[in-house]
Write a protein that binds this ligand. Structure first.
Ligand code: HAM
Length: 438
């Protein structure tokens, strides 16, 4: 006897089912709509790339690259001798900035007029320990600006756009944190100073922080370990060690945020977990999420394009964790009104079927959502199903209606019923659709 195996979604992955998927679609559509108002355009990149692309851009010593990537294959391409060197692998993308920068260089997008403003949305993959708000396949909505200018107004407008989107999506109770982590002129000295100070307190630090003194001292500032907090508070702060240009950039960014009415908090410990950042870093946290409360992270990455073989270019961007953002919206109960099914066609008698098919098509063509039962149902059962499906109206088509070329439209919320001819019916349902925002 063969065993009957039941398959389940892999740990850390999940199915997004209706009605949640409608909320996801609405959330993503609101992002598209907002970003397009700010002049951003959609970019779609592959979900896997050469591992080396991520190692070079995100940093080979970061947790993301070191521990969390799903890597597979050996040799890129069997029919390209050049690329089939053994040991080369692909990885599922853990984020999309590296891919966007790769595409920017590959397609010579530096020759496009003005700043290149791009947005994307889709699944990302990190082999993290799954918990509430943390998955191995999760979804990001991101935006990137690439160009010649690093004007703080670009940073501020990007952040303004992000918060306008959150506001439109009903994601309130958020906090924006900003920081500057300096650039290649001032950060190396600060990192050395930090390393020196950390070496002095090494024995009081946990294993992760001890390791980071060597690999990336900045990341020690990220530590959440309670016993390290008092030590970290006494460490030198980057804001006291920025070069004049970085300090001015950060001051101007804060002025620009104020000009735009964007509330922020400074957080000198906001260093981010990816190596490509310079100057501006920011994060947004939201309520209702427990420990995984960062709904967005971003920052400037001037120099990343060059690092990946492109021309000198400035860049800044962010990525929103959709899973977490949507969870926070759901927990706040601040849900949008999503219209759902408008009309259930309750047809009775084989003679009425052609009229039911015809009117269902006309209504659908005019944008109304319609459910047409494929088989005849008893009237009571039909209305019961319409109710369970959440339809706003039942359109009753019996022999009387066919003979008089009218339709009976029953509003299911209060039982109100009216008889309408085809034109009036179409007009009525279309205006109802506009009223519900469907
Ligand atoms: P990140 O901070 O690594 O930045 O990720 C951005 C957001 O993705 C996080 O704030 C979080 O909401 C979400 N996220 C990350 N990992 C997970 C996970 N395992 N499960 C659920 N959500 C997660 C980046 O990815 C950068 N590429 C952002 C960026 C764009 N910087 C410049 N441009």
């Amino acid at each position: 006897m063969t065993e009957r195996k039941q398959f389940r979604a892999i740990k850390g992955t999940r199915d997004i089912l209706p009605p949640d998927s409608a909320l996801w679609n609405w959330f993503e559509q609101t992002a598209r709509d907002t970003f397009e108002r700010y002049g951003y355009h959609d970019i779609r990149t592959p979900v896997f790339e050469p591992t080396e692309l991520f190692a070079r851009s995100i940093g080979a010593d970061t947790d993301v690259v070191n521990k969390e990537m799903f890597t597979f294959g050996s040799g890129y391409d069997s029919d390209s001798m050049e690329e089939s060197a053994p040991g080369l692998t692909y990885s599922l993308r853990p984020e999309a900035t590296a891919s966007v920068v790769r595409a920017y260089i590959e397609h010579g997008m530096n020759t496009l007029p003005g700043d290149v403003k791009l947005y994307y949305m889709g699944p990302m993959f990190r082999r993290e320990r799954p918990q509430k708000g943390r998955y191995r396949q999760f979804y990001q909505i991101g935006a990137e600006v690439l160009g010649q200018s690093d004007a703080p107004a670009i940073d501020a407008e990007l952040i303004e756009m992000l918060l306008v989107f959150f506001w439109r999506a009903g994601l309130d109770r958020t906090t924006l944190y900003v920081n500057s982590i300096g650039d290649k002129n001032c950060r190396p000295q600060y990192v050395e100073l930090l390393r020196e100070k950390l070496l002095k307190v090494k024995d009081s630090l946990g294993a992760d922080s001890q390791r980071r003194i060597e690999t990336n001292p900045l990341r020690v500032l990220d530590s959440k370990l309670p016993e390290e907090q008092a030590i970290i508070e006494k460490l030198p702060r980057i804001s006291d060690h920025l070069c004049a240009e970085c300090r001015e950039h950060f001051t101007k960014l804060k002025e620009e945020l104020k000009l735009r009415g964007v509330a922020y908090e400074e957080n000198w410990r906001l260093v981010r977990g990816l190596d490509y950042y310079t100057r501006t870093t920011f994060e947004v946290t939201a309520a209702g999420l427990g420990s995984q409360n960062a709904v967005c992270g971003g920052g400037r990455y001037d120099g990343l394009v060059e690092l990946l073989g492109g021309p000198p270019t400035k860049g800044i961007g962010f990525a929103i964790g959709s899973d977490r953002a949507i969870l926070s919206i759901q927990e706040s109960k601040n849900l949008p009104h999503l219209p759902g099914l408008a009309v259930f066609v309750a047809w009775m008698g084989a003679k009425c079927y052609p009229a039911a098919v015809a009117i269902a098509r006309k209504l659908r063509d005019s944008g109304v959502s319609v459910e047409l039962p494929p088989e005849e149902m008893k009237f009571k059962k039909s209305l019961g199903l319409a109710d369970k499906l959440g339809a706003r109206y039942a359109l009753i088509i019996g022999e009387d209606e066919v003979a008089s070329e009218t339709y009976s439209l029953k509003r299911l919320s209060d039982g109100d019923q009216k008889k309408l001819n085809e034109n009036d019916l179409l007009e009525y349902l279309e205006s109802e659709r506009r009223g519900t925002g469907a």
